[in-house]
Design a protein around this ligand. Structure first.
Ligand code: ATP
Ligand code: MG
Ligand code: MG
Ligand code: MG
Length: 439
């Protein structure tokens, strides 16, 4: 992509309405524009990152054997009246009346709708286990939308729903989700710690939230510092292997890690003092096992092996897809701008032409652009006539992992300059070598 043909409305000034760094940087980098409180347009750069995050989430869900579908954003109130949550949910639910005076709502979550799909089409235990998920916009009329996409009113969520015959099977589904989430967040360059949490309006007994540690996080968290040393890494996992998934869960949840809602001071004080940590975190996901809370009132039963109907055991599992952009930036930036992890970066590399209009510099940049494209990589080529300083500032702000600087002086010696955004280190080398380094 040539910058001269792109739409990247970067801001020079720091927007005064943004209180935290990720919100400021997303506005300055031209990634989002507020449409109304807690509702955003995703400008091209932000949209690219959002899609990358979504792709990683999809890939890891499919790897775990979960099946994508898509449910609508608008729901009929009838299902929610059946489950009893229409009244219980409160003012966070945006209620709408259509022209025929039917009560509708903009879905804040989809337990009822998925349970309805399930009961309409599944009748035998032989069709279990089943995990269906979607990535869809949600609406919650938050009292205080703030921090940009971190606490929006309209936001993108992955929500998955598990259906099993027994509690034991449902707990395997829970463990499988925990494992798939660990992989998902690590691929985005994040450490998200599973912490024992409270189930809130979703209900249920077993639940963990995934938290990214950050000073600007809205949750207070308490944990054993040993937990930050745990990495999922690239270990092989068989998602059907009950023991293997359970052992990962045990490894990642045996140390003390809780949000303030479930914090237990006495238990916390059993950790050696030098390992006790009190900090803040951003909730980027949550998994729930809630048994028959919805299947019972809504009649989601299957015929068991003995021919008798049994309500299915369910769980629901969410990832805050749009919130993750903010969380990633909170975890990865410096005073010049964003530093994208390779897995989610909007472009793989920025090419800066120091002298647009110079035939040799133009040709060298065009050749680099072509080489990357041929390799399936996505370069952003700054072919504008801005000053070098401004070009560098924009590249630093938008946080691409690599920058290649091309100018007539270097080209005379056959070299370009390759700079790592993360370390700030630069090195001169022939263009082909720079391509090979990034590819
Ligand atoms: P929070 O405690 O932050 O209000 P929640 O516990 O109400 O979140 P869940 O019902 O667990 O949210 O939804 C799953 C995920 O969706 C959350 O872990 C979070 O990452 C994301 N999410 C929830 N509310 C918002 C929001 N208002 N804006 C952006 N993302 C959100
Ligand atoms: Mg909430
Ligand atoms: Mg929460
Ligand atoms: Mg939650």
């Amino acid at each position: 992509m040539r910058l001269s043909r792109y739409f990247l409305p970067v801001l020079k000034e720091t927007p005064s309405e943004a209180q935290i760094v990720s919100h400021r940087l997303m506005l300055r980098a031209g990634m989002i524009k507020q449409a109304s409180a807690g509702i955003y347009s995703w400008l091209p750069l932000g949209y690219k990152v959002l899609r990358n995050i979504e792709r990683i989430v999809h890939e890891e869900q499919v790897r775990a054997g979960h099946i994508p579908l898509l449910m609508p954003t608008l729901q009929s109130a009838d299902l929610w009246k059946e489950s009893g949550r229409y009244d219980a949910y409160g003012p966070e639910m945006l209620r709408i009346r259509d022209r025929h005076d039917r009560d509708m709502l903009y879905g804040p979550t989809n337990e009822e709708m998925i349970t309805d799909i399930f009961r309409s089409h599944v009748s035998s235990y032989k069709d279990l286990p089943l995990t269906l998920y979607h990535i869809q916009w949600k609406f919650r009329d938050e009292v205080r939308p703030r921090f940009g996409v971190m606490r929006g009113r309209e936001f993108l969520m992955k929500d998955g729903y598990t259906f099993d015959l027994t509690k034991e099977d449902a707990l395997h589904a829970y463990n499988r989700h925990l494992v798939s989430y660990l992989r998902t967040y690590e691929r985005m360059g994040l450490q998200a710690i599973p912490m024992r949490a409270d189930s809130g309006p979703i209900g249920g007994d077993d639940t963990h939230e995934f938290l990214v540690l950050a000073e600007t996080g809205e949750s207070e968290v308490f944990y054993d510092s040993e937990i930050t040393g745990l990495k999922f890494g690239d270990r092989e996992i068989d998602y059907d292997n009950v023991e293997q998934c359970r052992s990962v869960l045990e490894e990642f949840t045996s140390r003390y890690a809780r949000t303030d809602e479930t914090h237990d001071e006495a238990l916390f004080n059993e950790i050696p003092e030098d390992r006790r940590r009190v900090a803040r975190g951003i909730e980027v996901g949550q998994i729930f096992y809630f048994g028959t809370k919805y299947s019972e009132p809504m009649g989601a039963t299957v015929q068991g092996p003995d021919g008798k109907p049994v309500p299915v055991h369910m769980g629901s599992h969410g990832i805050g897809v749009s919130r993750l952009l903010g969380a990633i930036i909170e975890a990865s930036h410096d005073d010049r701008g964003i530093i994208w992890p390779e897995g989610v970066t909007p472009f793989h590399v920025g090419i800066v032409n120091l002298k647009s209009g110079d035939p040799e510099a133009d040709a060298a940049c065009a050749a680099l652009h072509e080489s990357f494209t041929a390799l399936g990589l996505d370069p952003l080529y700054d072919d504008t006539s801005e000053r070098a300083g401004a070009k560098f500032a924009t590249m630093d702000l938008i946080g691409l992992p690599w920058r290649i600087t091309v100018g007539p002086r270097g080209l005379k010696n056959g070299v370009v300059e390759l700079t790592s955004r993360r370390t700030g280190e630069s090195e001169e080398m022939p263009p082909e070598q720079a391509v090979a380094r990034i590819a």
